[in-house]
Design a protein around this ligand. Structure first.
Ligand code: ADP
Ligand code: ZN
Length: 724
């Protein structure tokens, strides 16, 4: 045997590029994918044996693998996925592995449950209570002690007594199945002709058992969910595991119930609100194959499925799929990569597909299925613009007279109205009338947002909070503070003043009570217990509100002009989604869009109900500008507490940028959010033509700069979604 045969390379979940080599202790056989415990410095880590050849280091200096976990290995395609994501995002491989090994305690098999079973021996003394217990044990089945005591109506001590007397014996119980089986044929729907055709198409994709991407592009309420459920059913029939990603935890509940009705049981639920114990069970169930379907947030993409056969990305255009910190990845794009590596179909679903996905479909890289009609001949809402330059609200108010009278009419008809404003809190800015002082965050270059319900001023970037003072801290004037501009709380105040008898509800992600309260409130809206909903983008996504017929967009210009190349797309998607909430149960819906720029192509396309016009306009604009998907972008943010240090480093970076054809480096410029959490931020943008290997360019470039030191941070984001 050669010396290296006893050495393995191990990827540790730390911010390091490559693998480390370890000695394999005698008696242990290790193969790539095995999950092991290894020492690094004074600590030990859960890590994974990798495929790279081990470094031939003098064996005497090597540390040994401490243990191998009793757990199935990470599959080959999962390991290639980790490599791929690291290569694409420029994140250290170890940090990507860390997203996979999220639930380390799950690596130990669950502790066996102990139960009791009758031995057939009679106890010395047969009391009434004892008899009741033994009668229950007649079938020879094993029981948990607690379950038995409860069923027999005795104290646990009685059961213990019977064990002590030899009438019962302790046995190991098989683990309780946490994830009941899913039945693909539990309750299939009657699909419309168009839906049936779409479902058939997806079933064929599953049957082909090969990589493909299908974009299900259908108006809200057309039955996209029903249709992709048929793909899930087919995958389950073929004994494949299924993953569905949703952009928002608040949506999960409705989805779970729907899934339950269709498949006779719930899927496993993976998101940050899940208990650690449950996350462990799911992780283990996913790698062992016991869990057949998972619905979750973007991080579920890194679960180590044993035999994944389908990923569905619902609301594929949603920005929530992009993670910005640590490993900057887009779960939608990486899901396609995972499908490609493992050879299974991926389904993207949206009423307002991203420009990227639409372009991929136009070019034949993805297939596109169009569901043009609402189910049950529901009509798509009509949309009208309200030109705020001509129909201005009264002073200090935010709803134009026409919108107010339309709300009145809606309430009169016993229907619901939704007012949408994508801004949490009461007012985005507070200033002193006497001296002009504005309340800014001490840590960020951002104004503090007045949250009047809580009586506090809050920074939406770092979370800094302070009580709202009675007097101006600058000039001491009392009662001089004024709120500038609206947030949802302020719109709600106006609604309550105008419609005192209506039942008004504010829905915003930061209200106390968390997901639980939000779910209850969404249910009360669905049940018709609310007349007017005032909400942020939370209400734009996927909920079915049957009584809702009017949607008012308070400020459609928010987000249209902020220097973000995707601003038009985002605005269109958000407005189309939110106005699409109107009139889903057969009634005719109408959307009013308040704007200062009714001539803007986004507003024009919305009002004309002409999605195609928007896509044509926006795709053309991106092509002209060489922006994604017709060019490639990366952003580099250099940040440090010391502004000069950050700027100097960013300038130095720009100076050493390799000059290459078809690559332009812009900046450094102060980021729009110039200071966050006390750190000054400078941004460089790399714009490249499509054929350029952007990652290779970035690697070559970053290697030329001195390593960032002393609190300096360099964050690379390939294909950035946010430009703040
Ligand atoms: P989308 O995902 O496109 O917004 P959904 O799948 O949520 O559409 O369908 C909208 C509503 O119509 C849901 O309440 C759904 O249950 C109902 N629906 C759609 N298709 C059918 C069908 N074939 N049979 C019964 N109900 C359907
Ligand atoms: Zn702040």
């Amino acid at each position: 045997m050669t010396a290296t045969a006893d050495i393995v390379s191990v990827l540790v979940p730390l911010a390091i590029e490559g693998t480390y080599s370890y000695r394999v202790p005698a008696g242990l056989a290790l193969a790539p994918g095995d999950i092991v415990e290894v020492p690094v410095g004074p600590r030990s880590y859960v890590a994974c044996v990798w495929d790279d050849p081990a470094e031939p280091i003098a064996t005497s200096r090597l540390k040994s693998v401490a243990a191998k976990f009793d757990c199935p290995p990470l599959s080959e395609n999962m390991r290639r996925f980790v490599d791929w994501v690291a290569n694409w995002t420029l994140a250290p491989k170890g940090m990507v592995l860390r997203m996979v090994l999220r639930a380390p305690a799950a690596l130990e098999p669950p502790a066996p449950q102990v139960g009791v079973r009758a031995t057939g021996e009679a106890p010395e003394r047969l009391t009434d209570a004892r008899r009741r217990v033994l009668d229950l044990m007649d079938g020879g089945l094993a029981w948990t002690k607690r379950g038995l005591a409860e069923a027999a109506g005795v104290s646990p001590g009685v059961v213990d007594g019977l064990v002590a007397h030899g009438a019962l014996e302790l046995v190991e119980l098989p683990p309780k199945p946490l994830f009941p089986p899913l039945d693909p044929d539990h309750a299939p729907p009657d699909l419309s002709d168009g839906q049936g055709e779409a479902a058939g198409h997806l079933r064929d994709k599953i049957a082909a058992d090969a990589f493909s991407v299908t974009l299900v592009d259908g108006v809200t309420g057309s039955g996209k969910t029903e249709v992709y459920f048929e793909a899930i059913a087919e995958a389950l029939r073929r004994r494949k595991q299924v993953l569905v990603l949703l952009p928002e935890i608040a949506l999960t509940h409705e989805f779970l119930e729907r899934f339950d009705r269709r498949f006779g049981a719930r899927p496993a639920e993976w998101h940050s609100d899940q208990t650690p114990a449950m996350r462990e069970r799911i992780w283990r169930g996913v790698i062992s194959g016991e869990v057949r379907a998972v619905v979750g947030a973007r991080s579920a993409l890194f679960l180590p499925f044993r035999d994944l056969g389908l990923i569905v990305i619902d609301e594929e255009h949603d920005i929530a799929y992009k993670q910005e910190d640590r490993v900057a990845y887009n779960a939608r794009d990486m899901a396609v990569v995972r499908g490609h590596l493992a050879g299974f179909p991926v389904v993207l679903s949206s009423a307002t597909p991203s420009i990227e996905s639409r372009n991929n479909a136009d070019r034949g890289r993805y297939e596109r299925i169009v569901l043009a009609e609402r189910f049950n001949s529901g009509t798509v809402p009509r949309i009208e613009a309200i030109d705020l330059r001509r129909e201005a609200p009264e002073r200090g108010r935010f709803l134009a007279p026409r919108l107010v009278s339309e709300i009145e009419r809606t309430l009169g008809a016993g229907e619901q109205a939704l007012l949408f404003l994508n801004r949490r809190g009461y007012a985005p800015l507070t200033l002193c009338r006497a001296c002009g002082h504005r309340f800014g965050c001490p840590n960020c270059s951002a104004w503090l947002v007045d949250h009047r319900f809580r009586g506090r001023l809050v920074c939406h970037h770092c979370g800094h909070e302070e009580p709202k003072p009675l007097a101006c801290p600058e000039c001491g004037a009392e009662d001089s503070l004024v709120a500038c501009g609206p947030g949802v709380e302020r719109v709600a105040e106006e609604v309550k003043a105008r419609f005192p008898d209506a039942r008004t509800l504010v829905l915003s992600s930061d209200l106390p009570g968390g997901v639980r309260r939000m779910r209850m409130e969404l249910e009360s809206v669905a049940a018709g217990e609310v007349d007017i909903i005032v909400g942020t983008q939370l209400v734009a996504k996927g909920h079915n509100f049957p009584e809702l017929t009017l949607v008012g967009v308070v400020d459609a210009d928010l987000g249209l002009a902020n220097g973000d190349p995707r601003a038009a797309e985002r605005t269109f998607q958000l407005l189309a989604q939110v106005t699409g909430r109107a009139g889903r149960a057969g009634q005719v819906g109408i959307g009013y869009v308040q704007t200062h720029a009714p001539e803007h192509p986004v507003i024009q396309a919305l009002v004309a109900g002409d999605r195609e016009r928007f896509y044509e306009y926006e795709i053309e604009a991106r092509r002209d500008a060489g922006l994604p998907p017709f060019g490639r972008l990366a952003s580099i943010i250099v940040s440090a507490e010391d502004r000069n240090a950050a700027l100097a480093y960013a300038r130095g970076l720009a100076r050493v940028a390799p000059v290459v054809d078809k690559v332009a480096v812009l900046g450094p410029a102060e980021a729009p959010l110039a200071i966050v959490r006390g750190k000054s931020r400078f941004r460089l943008i790399v714009q490249a033509a499509l054929g350029v290997d952007l990652q290779a360019y970035l690697r070559r470039w970053l290697a030329l700069a001195p390593p960032p030191r002393g609190g300096l941070r360099v964050a690379v984001d390939v294909d950035p979604q946010s430009f703040l």
